[in-house]
Design a protein. Structure first.
Length: 151
């Protein structure tokens, strides 16, 4: 009999992989790879970022992020801007075409995720989010931020 921690980990992986497979199919219809979608999504949500910041957000490697960004630049979805403070750093910026494509694909993906979690009640979703934050140490960070604000 496996221990409960391994069962939880396997369950998390299976559910994430299932959603990722659905997302891959969705973004492929729009001529994107999952990694390209992830870059566009983070830029759409967070605004301009350095290549390194994007890499960290999407959990990519140094070699892979270069290829992903180069392809997005070729497709006209992203442009590289120079950093005034450090000429070695490139800032990634969504072009109008990039904003348009992610503006179409993002809501479709959001709906796909919502459908994937439709079996959960709102309370179960909140509990799951709480547990994941607790597991990842995010609750400690949030509590420290709240305490420093006097909340």
């Amino acid at each position: 009999m496996q221990n409960i921690e391994l069962k939880i980990l396997v369950g998390l992986h299976r559910n994430v992989n299932k959603i990722d497979r659905k997302t891959k199919k969705l973004v492929a219809k729009h001529g994107l790879t999952l990694s390209q979608f992830m870059v566009l999504e983070v830029l759409y949500a967070k605004g301009d970022m350095t290549v390194g910041e994007v890499r960290d957000k999407i959990l990519s490697t140094v070699g892979t992020i270069s290829l992903i960004v180069n392809n997005l630049v070729k497709q006209g979805y992203v442009e590289r801007l120079g950093d005034e403070k450090d000429r070695r750093v490139s800032i990634l910026h969504l072009t109008p075409e990039g904003r348009e494509i992610i503006g179409r694909v993002f809501p479709e993906n959001q709906q796909l995720i919502e459908e994937s979690m439709a079996k959960l009640s709102e309370d179960e979703k909140k509990q799951l989010l709480y547990i994941l934050k607790k597991m990842g140490g995010k609750l400690d960070e949030e509590n420290r931020k709240d305490q420093s604000k006097g909340i």
